[in-house]
Design a binder for this molecule. Structure first.
Ligand SMILES: Cc1ncc(COP(=O)(O)O)c(C=O)c1O
Length: 446
């Protein structure tokens, strides 16, 4: 088929013959009409191999908080590459990065580095079990904490199997998982502090930690209801559990110190990923010294050949300095731009009768397309999200937006980077208008 994605189609057809399913992360296969291949990016823009230009709100699944190929970052990495790409030993850069994280993130008294947030989640959970001598971890239904066995328990459960609302089932979206892993989790619903209290009481003295995304960005960008974060902190303190904030997405994005800074709490352990490396494979576990004690004394194993890789460190130092250099402009600007875009998308879609209801803080938000007759108002938990949103309709609308040069994440998430400007937002809304018109006519006809 010859269309605006011909070169991507050709590469994908070639890729499936050497790369399993043609992609290197399962979610990338979701992209319609074909997983796209990119040639280059600059700031808020990215170009595919067919020469199509996109205003990019996917920005490397959020890792590119600084935009594509930001001026100065390549030089920082190149300078380091000339000195050495890897030592599997110490260098001053790792202290410089750790000190920056310490200065920025409230809960970061001590830091350890990994190459992905998935690994950091595993480290945090191991540490919590060792710290408390307890076997269980409480996580919230619908939350994504990386692709390992433990990170995916309770992620995307189907309605016919998710159990009653007081006892969300411990389901796993993947085959091949160690069966006993499921038994080490308690799944609770997000944004119901009283339900959470009951779950903790039910397993009193057995739960090592509560792990949560302070804003559940991966599922509908659900902000915590009043009292939710306070309830997590209070229960962790009263029942001796560790509070683990997964700030892989919110870290450095919703405030220089992440959601813990903007929402005003101090977790025991923090997961940092994505923006901490600006697109390089870099992630960090940060925590209170007491919570990190078992790693400090060496009774909990934390290791990795590429941990603290100097190229990643050079990138990270550049990224953190960029955030710090913005002073009080950040997150003010990304929040304002995100809210402008959310409002503009909602109004423009509304002109075509499309029930688009973006929600989220602004630097990240989710574009929810409501099912016919679905109630208005904020979506606060996973079950509510599944029952009100129309994923097939969103997939069609996303494709229309892509055809008009506006790129959002397949499942509905949008990110604003430091490279986006008011001009980008205005232009994105101009490009979105014909996409909405096309979607409205095709969807009605279907
Ligand atoms: C909240 C959260 N935790 C953990 C992860 C895993 O990060 P990584 O893909 O770097 O392993 C992600 C990735 O999207 C995430 O959003």
């Amino acid at each position: 088929m010859n269309d605006r994605y011909t070169a991507s189609r050709r590469l994908y057809e070639r890729a499936v013959k050497s790369i399993a399913a043609g992609v290197n992360s399962g979610i990338r296969k979701m992209e319609q009409p074909v997983p796209l291949y990119f040639s280059h990016g600059s700031g808020s823009r990215v170009w595919d191999v067919d020469g199509n230009e996109y205003i990019d709100f996917q920005i490397g699944q959020g890792a590119l908080l600084y935009g594509h190929a930001p001026a100065g970052m390549a030089e920082a990495i190149a300078e380091q590459a000339k000195l050495g790409t890897h030592w599997a030993a110490q260098c001053e850069l790792e202290i410089e990065v750790a000190e920056r994280i310490q200065a920025m993130v409230p809960g970061a008294e001590r830091v350890r580095f990994n190459n992905s947030a998935t690994e950091v989640v595993l480290s945090a959970l191991r540490l919590a079990r060792a710290h408390t001598g307890r076997p269980l971890v409480l996580k919230f239904e619908g939350a994504y904490h990386g692709w390992a066995d433990e990170g995916l328990v309770g992620f995307a459960p189907p309605p016919d199997r998710w159990g009653d609302s007081e006892h969300p089932a411990r389901l796993h979206p993947s085959q091949g998982v160690i069966p006993e892993v499921l038994d080490t989790f308690v799944v609770a619903r997000w944004n119901d502090p009283e339900h959470l209290r009951r779950k903790v009481a039910e397993f009193k003295g057995q739960i090592a930690a509560i792990i949560f995304e302070p804003i559940m960005c991966n599922t509908c960008c659900m902000e915590p209801v009043t009292g939710m974060i306070e309830k997590i902190r209070e229960l962790c303190d009263s029942d001796g559990m560790l509070m683990i904030a997964d700030e892989t997405i919110t870290g450095f994005r919703v405030a220089p110190g992440g959601a813990q800074q903007s929402l005003g709490f101090v977790p025991d352990l923090t997961i940092l990923g994505k923006a901490v490396g600006g697109g390089l494979p870099f992630a960090a576990l940060a925590g209170k010294e007491a919570a990190m004690r078992k790693i400090i004394e060496g009774t909990v194993v934390h290791a990795g050949t590429l941990n603290g890789n100097p190229l990643c460190l050079a990138a990270s130092k550049w990224c953190l300095d960029r955030v710090r250099s913005l002073g009080d402009q950040h997150p003010r600007v990304v929040t304002m731009l995100g809210q402008q875009l959310m409002m503009g998308l909602r109004d423009s879609a509304g002109q075509h009768g499309i029930p688009l209801r973006p929600q989220g803080p602004g630097p990240a938000f989710h574009a929810v397309l409501l099912k016919p007759g679905a109630a208005e108002g904020p979506i606060n938990d996973y079950r509510d999200y599944v029952s009100r949103q129309d994923s097939a309709r969103w997939a069609h609308l996303r494709r229309c937006l892509l055809d008009h040069g506006v790129r959002a994440i397949e499942r509905g998430l949008w990110f604003i980077s430091l490279a986006h400007s008011e001009k980008d937002i205005r232009e994105a809304l101009v490009k979105a208008a014909p996409a909405f018109a096309r979607h409205a006519s095709e969807w009605k006809a279907a």
